[in-house]
Design a protein around this ligand. Structure first.
Ligand SMILES: *Cc1c(COP(=O)(O)O)cnc(C)c1O
Length: 460
């Protein structure tokens, strides 16, 4: 079979194969790479997933996108090594579940993408005998997931920028206590400022010699791993949902995804295009409500600056993956967020419901989910669960309908809020233990591109 080709959403760059898209990150015309064709699974293939382990499903998904780019044995070994932790599916009530994506080494769902992407990058740069400098902006979780996934890899250096006042102590320490090939910058600014500096560095030809690459969710290598858990959770819960042979025409699922840059949600949208019977996506956002407003009106405007909310990893006023969503629905959005060709909004509304959840509602839902269903949710997961409750109530969703809401971080990453609302300290997962006593390494920079550029040139 022919390898899948990747095009740029700005439509002005050459098509590339997977490994080029992975190592470049951003296309030369500042667009994001998208697969030209989305591979599909047969119904029988999807049925077979209920007999497979998580890493085997990851292998089946990745293989479709990487045909001709890596051999099967190597890919299988790579995903087996990446996914050595559990994915709990916890019942809330009726047929509504929480999928906990928080058991990886940094206790956020970003481990799923970072661990596979790091291993794939390592595989290709070794083969091509190259080096890479990964630049990443983070609002907390990406930075720690990437830093941990890339720690101590050969020929790869990592620089992470985080907004000085927007990450928790625990999130910061997960990045700053590593050292070796990992450098961390505390920026006087917001997440969007960090992202802007990274983008500017990529388009600066003075820095070409650094072999810059991105590990942000603009990288297609982040999205492919995020398709897998949608297939996995469906494969596990559909059996519980309805006995075999009964009512199979209703064998479908609603997902609620707490969203910021929309990388997680794009994984789900790809899963749907690949054949997973997803009835509806609920895109739950915090008070940064540019997307629900867009879905409603068809007119898009970013929120600048983005609002600071409790679910800090979702404080995004202009989701970087929105250009991909627009592309999948037949439109074109450029890197500035301007719509050059309108997507099919009716189709988008048929597939997606989106709602904005306030901080007050986020807190109330943490309490309610615990009191009513014994679920411990942190702020991001609470936004997702709240969106699901809202959708089900407004649409009289059948109580047997399978619904899965994603919990994207471990409650112990947000101890202050949990203690304030639930009055107890969530148990620490093993991966977060002992951070307090480790030495931290990081640098401070002002929000100024020239300073950042000098820093890169001086250090590399
Ligand atoms: C990154 C992150 C999100 C948002 O994911 P996107 O892919 O950017 O939409 C949600 N929750 C947590 C805990 C995160 O770290």
């Amino acid at each position: 079979m022919e390898p899948v080709k990747y095009y740029s959403t700005n439509l002005k760059a050459d098509e590339v194969t997977f490994n080029e898209a992975l190592l470049k990150g951003l296309a030369p015309d500042k667009g994001l790479y998208m697969p030209k064709e989305i591979p599909v699974f047969t119904k029988a293939e999807i049925d077979s997933f209920s007999q497979k382990e998580y890493y085997e499903i990851a292998f089946e998904v990745a293989r479709k996108f990487l045909i001709g780019q890596i051999n099967d044995d190597e890919l299988l070994a790579l995903v087996k090594d990446a996914y050595n932790y559990s994915i709990p599916l916890e019942k809330g009530f009726e047929n509504k579940y929480i999928m906990r994506l928080d058991q990886g080494p940094t206790a956020s769902f970003k481990d799923f993408a970072a661990r596979m992407m790091g291993r794939l990058m390592q595989y290709y740069i070794k083969k091509e005998d190259r080096k890479l400098l990964i630049l990443t902006a983070t609002s907390g979780d990406t930075g720690s997931a990437i830093a941990n996934a890339f720690y101590d890899l050969d020929n790869i250096q990592v620089v992470v920028l985080y907004p000085d006042n927007e990450v928790t102590d625990r999130q910061r320490k997960q990045m700053t206590t590593l050292g070796k090939n990992i450098k961390i910058i505390s920026l006087t600014g917001k997440f969007d400022d960090c992202q802007a500096l990274v983008k500017e560095a990529f388009s600066d030809s003075d820095l070409d010699y650094l072999d810059l690459s991105s590990a942000n969710s603009i990288n297609i290598g982040r999205l492919i791993p995020q398709i897998v858990y949608y297939f996995y959770s469906f494969s596990r819960l559909r059996k519980l949902a309805r006995p075999a042979g009964e009512g199979n025409e209703n064998d479908d699922v609603i997902f609620s995804v707490p969203s910021g840059n929309f990388g997680d949600m794009m994984g789900g949208v790809f899963a749907k295009r690949m054949g997973l019977p997803i009835k509806k996506f609920i895109i739950s956002v915090n008070e940064n409500d540019e997307f629900p407003a867009f879905l409603n009106s068809g007119d898009y405007s970013k929120i600048e600056p983005s609002k600071n909310c409790l679910s800090s990893a979702m404080n995004v006023g202009h989701p970087s993956n929105l250009v991909r969503l627009v592309a999948l629905y037949g439109g074109v959005m450029n890197e500035k967020g301007e719509i050059l060709k309108a997507p099919n909004m009716d189709k988008m509304r048929k597939d997606i419901f989106s709602t904005s959840v306030t901080d007050m509602e986020t807190k109330e839902m943490i309490k309610e989910a615990y009191d009513k269903h014994n679920l411990i949710l942190e702020p991001h997961g609470s936004v997702g669960w709240k969106g699901l409750m809202e959708y089900c109530n407004e649409n009289n969703v059948d109580k047997d309908q399978l619904c899965i809401s994603l919990e994207t971080a471990h409650p112990a990453k947000f101890p202050d809020q949990i203690v304030e609302i639930l009055k107890f300290d969530p148990e620490l997962p093993a991966s977060l233990e002992g951070l307090e006593n480790k030495k931290e390494y990081y640098d401070n920079l002002d929000n100024n591109y020239l300073d950042f550029k000098k820093y890169l040139i001086n250090n590399y």
